[in-house]
Ligand binder design. Structure first.
Ligand code: DGJ
Length: 553
């Protein structure tokens, strides 16, 4: 073949395929960047500064109109909202995506990204969001039955008919989103179902479920668990080790005659079902997809008190094996021990995202902590459309403003592993992290006359820029730097600037000294423990500080 002909063929192939390749690159996706798995939106690492609407708000776009401006004033960049199977497929096979299109239009007009919550077969365990043709046909779409044999309003995850129908509807939705959104990319992730699991019994007692429970545990599950080896969750090890890691037998034979066997059985069946739904959706339009857990509450004594079979950390391994197409297993956190819970959900194979939790000061603290300590993709308080007076003055809005400014700096530090965070209450005050050759201690601020603590809670993140330079951001913390590395033992502040990032560029404000850095004038006592009596002070109003240290002895 002549050289020019070959060249012409190469040019033709590249020019026809390149746009598709670039386009696929631009679709929201997860990417491993150094130490972190990050969500890439419009080609850049993205932090979800989110908020989830009440369950029924997005079923009517007029109802939702007044909320959009409030969400903007609260500095959200992403709105999580429900899409119900009931509204999308009112008659079997007839899809109506007008609501989806209207929501996309409103989100774009207000410059928001969206995460749709697919309320398909299940929402908080139950099946209220299914179309009438599903609700009414209980022969075709089997329901979960309780120990008593009584039926519930929950579709059985063992119903193959339901699984197929849900997967078909979800695939149609994703195909539609590909058509109307793959260029603008307003939708950045999908939540598959909501807080699934059996409520009222530890497992499904329908006929199909009883039959499956007494059959052999699928070999695919055992093979997958064996491959996870030393990554298994403590509860899995606890129960499976008691049967000496038996590989063949029924659920109780492998996991013991206890409720863990019930929960494991349900987890496998929900995972398989939802994986099929997710895979069908991804085959049409492949963006990240996650499930969320109604986590075990302190008063719960057994599965069924909380939804049995949902993606609890205790059955993560089963979900991991059963649902390889699901990208994240996320916790909904309405408890006060946030750091403990996120620690149970963040793994090398499971990046952290919190789709539901608290708003307010607590929400601000949780967001900073999840993003700074666990390289989270983001955070989203529930019921964000509840009317708020002065939304832009809310603690969450102010925290989101700081995180928005810092996003490129934070995501770079997440990848490099040069970021950490503090989440302080009077119960765990002070707190330390090790970073950049320093032990960094954060404590709640004190009244300098009386020594009394002046805030109940504080939060912040710290980024090591290299050498003796750090960025601090947050609220209500005094931060002290104690050298760990060889050399001069004391670290003083050379400079502390407050300021802000505008379009990614640092604009310094005041240079802080004097009362703005002193915390203790008892210098002999301080010097004896290699401290200087100074601290970088994050006041109540969330702020950013650039800190430069120098060493002396
Ligand atoms: C958790 C659910 O996932 C939400 O949809 C909502 O029902 C809240 N609970 C209510 O607090």
């Amino acid at each position: 073949m002549k050289f020019y002909l070959k060249l012409w063929i190469v040019i033709m192939i590249t020019t026809t395929m390149l746009p598709d390749f670039l386009h696929a690159q631009a679709v929201p996706h997860l990417q491993k960047n150094g130490n972190a798995q990050q969500l890439i939106v419009d080609g850049k690492p993205y932090l979800i500064l989110g908020g989830e609407l009440h369950n029924s708000s997005s079923s009517n776009v007029e109802y939702l109109q007044p909320a959009w401006n409030q969400l903007k004033e609260m500095n959200l960049n992403t709105v999580l909202t429900a899409l119900s199977w009931q509204l999308i497929e009112p008659e079997e096979g007839n899809f109506d995506f007008s609501l989806v299109d209207a929501l996309l239009e409103d989100a774009r007009e207000h410059d928001f990204k969206l995460i749709f919550l697919w309320f398909g077969s299940w929402k908080n365990g139950l099946s209220h969001y299914t179309p009438s043709w599903v609700k009414e046909d209980q022969d075709r779409f089997a329901r979960v039955r309780l120990n008593s044999g009584k039926a519930t309003e929950t579709l059985s995850p063992l119903s193959m008919e339901a699984r197929k129908a849900d997967a078909k509807a979800f695939a149609a939705l994703m195909a539609h989103l590909k058509k109307v959104d793959s260029k603008e990319r307003t939708v950045i992730m999908m939540q598959a179902q909501n807080e699934v699991g059996v409520i009222g019994a530890a497992r499904d007692h329908s006929q199909i479920a009883n039959a499956a429970f007494n059959k052999q545990v699928p070999t695919d599950l055992i093979k997958g668990l064996k491959e996870l080896k030393n990554e298994l969750q403590p509860e899995m090890i606890e129960y499976w080790s008691k049967t000496k890691y038996k590989e063949t037998g029924t659920w109780p034979e492998i996991f013991g005659e206890n409720h863990y066997a019930d929960e494991a059985f349900m987890a496998w069946n929900y995972a398989r079902y939802i994986n099929e739904v997710v895979a069908a959706g991804k085959a049409e339009y492949n963006i990240p997809m996650f499930v969320n857990a109604w986590i075990v509450q302190p008063e719960d004594t057994k599965p069924g008190d909380y939804p049995a079979g949902g993606p609890q950390s205790r059955v993560h391994d089963i979900w991991r094996v059963g649902a390889p197409d699901i990208d994240l297993q996320c916790p909904d956190i309405y408890l006060d021990n946030f750091p403990e819970i996120v620690n149970m959900y963040h793994h090398s194979w499971n990046p952290l995202f919190i789709p539901e939790s608290f708003s307010g000061f607590e929400g601000a603290a949780n967001t900073f902590y999840a993003i700074g300590k666990h390289a989270a993709l983001g955070y989203s308080p529930f019921g964000i459309d509840d009317p708020v007076e002065n939304p832009s003055e809310s603690p969450l809005a102010k925290a989101y403003n700081v995180l928005d400014q810092l996003t490129p700096v934070i995501t770079e530090a997440q990848a490099k592993g040069t970021i950490s965070a503090f989440w302080l209450t009077t119960a765990n005050n002070p707190q330390t992290v090790e970073l950049g050759g320093y032990t960094i201690e954060a404590s709640l601020p004190k009244n300098w006359r009386t020594g009394e603590t002046t805030a109940e809670k504080g939060y912040g993140l710290v980024i090591w820029k290299g050498g003796d330079e750090f960025i601090l951001a947050g609220s209500d913390l005094n931060v002290v730097f104690l050298p760990k590395s060889e050399g001069k033992k004391m670290a003083g502040f050379d400079t502390i600037y407050e300021g802000e990032y505008i379009d990614g560029k640092w604009k310094p404000g005041r240079l802080l000294n004097g009362d703005n850095i002193m915390i203790n004038y008892n210098l002999s006592e301080q010097a004896a423990i290699n401290r200087t009596g100074t601290a970088a002070k994050l006041e109540t109003e969330p702020s950013v500080l650039q800190v430069k240290l120098y060493r002396f002895e």
